[in-house]
Design a protein around this ligand. Structure first.
Ligand code: AMP
Ligand code: MG
Length: 698
């Protein structure tokens, strides 16, 4: 079972805990693809319910499937429901609590409700523990004074979970009874408002699954990785969310496969090893530093190679990892080295159709006894071929014992019993050695590699059926400007069509990323801020175009500046006005120029390698080729220039206009001419460097 998002909630039975994060309050941990976000502090149950409801709705609207875990019992020991509601339906118990419980940040009626429930049972109990000064009718203060209520002390789950507290205890260190009573009404409402499925009572068919969890199952990892600046409860949900979201779907399926008793269960019980494995070995990308785009101060114009080196050295992967079937691997980035599971070829075999024997065969005539039978691909010969004998072998057939050399069938005369041919034939001729291509356990493909169709063949040949890959980088594409209109719509003279977004979306898709079309932002700071807030939740990186300079309407750069992370790059390059880069929260934003020609060229030169690194790939620079120019050009020193170009009759031609407003020149071109920083007088026939769009992955 696959969930896009895992939410883990550390619940609390207590009252409001104030504005700053404290222990024993409510925390929510969110993780996707094995990467967890900083947990959210929720000061009381009312705030928590609002936040969780909103969160689940947002996820549903985005089409994401959520597993939402809560650390309190979803059910009571066998027999409880019948007495309370007259049925063993666990949801009847939820409804009962939803109707009875009154809750506010400062007080609630849980002890009175527990006393009321005890009144339904014979003897004393089952609930006990009272944190109030006043006595509560029929609710004993001590567990030891209970007797004769007739219910088991623990659910089967608590019996199995070492150290788990019984649900009857409502107060005292470690007690979970109160948070269960105070949690079930909230779950009951969430179940209805979000249409959630509840584990293990019903099949998880809805896009939200509510699941009981107990972070102590991975307590060792939590303790060992606890950072100083994170409350323990927060770190528990952080670690558990990350672990569950990092689990392979089939392992999670194993955890979820429990009987649907009215008691419920705890996710991972009996499979602690799987849970621990996922908790210990997550792919957790380190957050980017706030100054990751900041070029050294005092530099006015940065040469392109310096700017690129800066991206290479300061960015790091932000993607998680997952396993995909080999078939789906092309275009993905390997998250780990892949090793050959067996040698290729696995056994010596024949490279041709012919006759196998023990070589070599000296110069001169050879007559050999032909054995009955043959070795064909997929049908090996299981006998031994004695010296001086030969066996019919076909291409790809395993060479049997006694055969190391093959003579081509075209060079042989055959009778029923014998073959005759002329030597010399060297030892090993026409035979492939075991492992000559790949040895078992040899690394065949390196982490960071963008998998090609050929790589699938290589991995398949070495017996690999699944590939560890990075999760797809989610790239948000945003256009900015009041003048922009959707292509094809009715426009006034002052309006222009949004040319960048379709182009940049297609480029990001061609690079193998998950494209998130963020639409168009007007030249309005407030609206742009809202768009960036929402986008940073659904994207790993945002690429915008327009509004990136320092003008009145350049809101992208002002917002990044106010966020304290703007880096304005003045790169010594034409085309390309300043590039605005920064972090919006933790999400990198690359602000490209608005002009489509500059936007595309800056995307190819800067966004491509930057995204490669963020996606977990290896840094690479585009391959260029020298060719003879058809054109004349006088170039100034001090900046790099890119000209729209194509190969025509084996020579490098450029688009007749260098005007950066001429979008059609991008379609005319099949690549770029790259001229370095020096001054140059180019004449027809001179050698220039041409970089085809293919070298940029298009
Ligand atoms: P700006 O950087 O916002 O000042 O934009 C520079 C130029 O590019 C202006 O002429 C804009 O109208 C134009 N422009 C900006 N965004 C786009 C776009 N998405 N499609 C086409 N032209 C654009
Ligand atoms: Mg603009």
């Amino acid at each position: 079972m696959k969930f896009d998002t895992v939410l883990m909630v550390d619940w609390s039975g207590g009252n409001d805990r104030g504005p700053t994060p404290k222990k024993d309050s409510i925390f929510a941990g969110v993780a996707r693809n094995g990467i967890a976000q900083e947990p959210v502090y929720l000061r009381n149950r009312q705030v928590a319910e609002g936040w969780i409801t909103e969160f689940l709705r947002t996820e549903q609207a985005a089409g994401r499937k959520v597993l939402a875990g809560f650390d309190f019992a979803f059910g009571y020991p066998m027999g409880f429901g019948e007495v309370l509601t007259g049925s063993d339906d666990p949801f009847a118990v939820w409804d009962w609590f939803e109707a009875k419980i009154e809750d506010s940040p400062k007080s609630n009626n849980r002890f009175d409700v527990a006393g009321e429930i005890n009144a339904l049972f014979p003897g004393v109990g089952p609930f006990w523990g009272n944190a109030l000064k006043r006595d509560v009718k029929r609710l004993p203060r001590k567990g030891s004074t209970r007797e004769g209520h007739g219910l088991p002390e623990k659910r089967a789950a608590e019996e199995a979970a070492k150290g788990a507290f019984p649900v009857w205890q409502l107060s005292g260190a470690g007690a979970v009874g109160s948070q269960t009573i105070m949690g079930l009404p909230v779950l009951s409402r969430l179940r209805k408002t979000c249409g959630a499925s509840v584990w293990p009572f019903e099949p998880l068919t809805a896009d939200v699954a509510l699941v009981e969890v107990w972070p102590s199952l991975i307590g060792k990892v939590v303790a060992a990785t606890q950072p100083d600046d994170r409350v323990r409860d927060a770190h528990q949900v952080y670690t558990l969310a990350r672990a569950v979201s990092a689990m392979p779907p089939d392992e999670l399926e194993t955890l979820l496969d429990v009987p649907a008793t009215p008691e419920g269960s705890i996710l991972g019980l009996g499979h602690e090893k799987l849970l621990m494995k996922a908790a210990v070995a997550p792919v957790q990308a380190p957050p980017l530093r706030n100054d990751c785009f900041a070029l050294p101060p005092g530099v006015t114009w940065t040469p392109v190679p310096k700017a690129l080196a800066h991206l290479r050295d300061n960015l790091s992967p932000v993607t998680g990892s997952e396993t995909v079937p080999l078939h789906d691997g092309a275009g993905r980035i390997l998250s780990q080295d892949v090793t050959a599971l067996r040698a290729h070829p696995p056994a010596p075999n024949s490279a041709v159709d012919g006759y196998g024997f023990a070589g070599p065969a000296e110069a001169g005539e050879h007559v050999m006894t032909l054995l009955e039978g043959r070795s064909a691909a997929g049908h090996p010969y299981d006998g031994t071929v004695p010296a001086g004998h030969a066996l019919r072998v076909l291409t790809g057939a395993v060479l049997p014992q006694g055969v190391d050399t093959v003579v081509l069938q075209e060079d042989v005369n055959v009778t029923d019993k014998c073959i005759a041919f002329r030597g010399p034939i060297r030892l090993g001729a026409n035979a492939r050695k075991a492992g000559e291509d790949m040895a078992a356990d040899q690394v065949i493909l390196r982490a960071g590699r963008l998998l090609t169709p050929a790589d699938l063949a290589t991995a398949a040949a070495a017996g690999v059926g699944e590939l560890p890959v990075r999760t797809r980088l989610r790239v948000g594409i945003l256009s900015t400007g009041d003048e922009l209109l959707a292509p094809g719509s009715k426009a006034t003279e002052g309006q222009i069509f949004d040319a960048n977004r379709p182009m940049l979306c297609a480029i990001a898709a061609a690079w193998g990323y998950k494209v998130v079309d963020l639409g168009r932002a007007p030249d309005d700071r407030g609206q742009l801020r809202g768009i960036l807030d929402r986008a940073s939740a659904s994207c790993d990186v945002i690429i915008s175009s327009g509004g990136a300079s320092a003008g009145d309407e350049d809101h992208m750069s002002s917002l990044l500046k106010n966020a304290g992370s703007l880096a304005m790059w003045r790169v010594a390059m034409k085309p390309g006005r300043p590039l605005a880069m920064g972090l919006w929260g933790k999400t990198p934003v690359l602000g490209l120029p608005g002009n489509p020609v500059a936007a595309m060229i800056c995307a190819l030169i800067f966004a491509r390698p930057a995204l490669q690194v963020l996606a977990g790939g290896t840094w690479s620079e585009p391959e260029g080729y020298m060719g003879r120019a058809t054109f004349r050009k006088s170039k100034k020193a001090g900046r790099r220039e890119y000209l729209r170009a194509r190969i025509s009759n084996g020579r490098v031609a450029i688009f007749p206009s260098e005007g950066s407003g001429r979008v059609s020149g991008l379609s005319w071109a099949t690549g770029l001419v790259e001229l370095d920083d020096s001054a140059r007088e180019i004449r027809p026939g001179d050698s220039v460097r041409f970089v085809p769009f293919g070298s940029f992955g298009l």
